[in-house]
Write a protein that binds this ligand. Structure first.
Ligand code: GRF
Length: 252
């Protein structure tokens, strides 16, 4: 072996050693207000090594939120930070920023966090906050999305993962899952079917972000360096239903 070969093989060995080092786990803080079924989907994905990181803390503004129990059961730090104990939205968000920063997250996930965030909060973590919303954004920003979709008789409903900006439910959309609405659907059935789709797509979007594939820009989200369309990537009703083992409805 020439000395050049020797050097290059040493170099390669060193490189291999470096790549063999386990990467530091990416850190996720999840904010909730309620049941935390989306949190549970993220916990389950982490267990199966499909999240791309570790949930290091769960914070709830509602001290009785069931999601806090889910966190404890999964040995995740659970923090109750009741908003009612603060005089203003700004004071609360200031406290929230402090608790979050103590955990040094790479990503903050809003999983049913039912509070409007101040511009200060949004600017502090811009590009590092993902939210799940129960509609095909930009349709039905805000509350009561299922009732509004039914009242308008839409054929397609669903859910969206998006980056959080100062506009409520208005940041760049990353990923959506469609749901075909049938004549039998009620607010309850829509809620159930949309929830199932949320549990499917939220962990995927989190993993993409933590792998560095998904990024925020002021205009849009990008995936592998390519700008995504305004509705992000979309899982069709048929594909979602198949993933979820749903019976495809005849009149859908
Ligand atoms: C979900 O429907 C989500 O889209 C909305 O709040 C709900 C939270 O549900 N932002 P859960 O607490 O995760 O069960």
């Amino acid at each position: 072996m020439s000395s050049t070969d020797h050097n290059s093989s040493t170099f390669n060995d060193t490189l291999n050693d470096m790549t063999a080092e386990p990467a530091t786990a990416r850190r996720i803080v999840v904010l909730i207000s309620g049941s935390g079924s989306n949190l549970q989907a993220l916990i389950d994905a982490q267990r199966h090594d499909r999240l791309g990181g570790e949930i290091v803390a769960v914070i709830s503004n509602e001290p009785d939120a069931y999601g806090l129990k889910r966190a404890l059961e999964a040995n995740i730090e659970a923090v109750a930070l009741p908003h009612r104990e603060y005089d203003s939205r700004d004071a609360y968000d200031g406290a929230l920023i402090k608790v979050i920063e103590r955990h040094e997250p790479d990503l903050i996930v809003l999983a049913g966090f039912m509070r409007i965030l101040t511009p200060r909060f949004v600017q502090r973590f811009l590009g590092r906050v993902l939210n799940i919303h129960p509609s095909l954004l930009p349709a039905y920003q805000g509350l009561n999305t299922h009732a509004r979709a039914l009242a308008e008789g839409v054929a397609l409903h669903g859910c969206s993962v998006h980056f959080v900006t100062e506009e409520l439910d208005g940041g760049p959309v990353v990923l959506q899952a469609e749901l075909s609405v049938t004549s039998e659907d009620t607010v309850e059935t829509l809620k159930e079917k949309v929830h199932a789709r949320e549990h499917l797509i939220f962990p995927i979007a989190v993993q993409w972000f933590l792998e560095g594939r998904l990024k925020y820009t002021a205009e849009n989200a990008t995936m592998d360096g390519h700008p995504l369309p305004p509705h992000g990537m979309r899982l069709s009703h048929a594909d979602a239903a198949e993933e979820l083992d749903e019976t495809l409805d005849e009149d859908a």
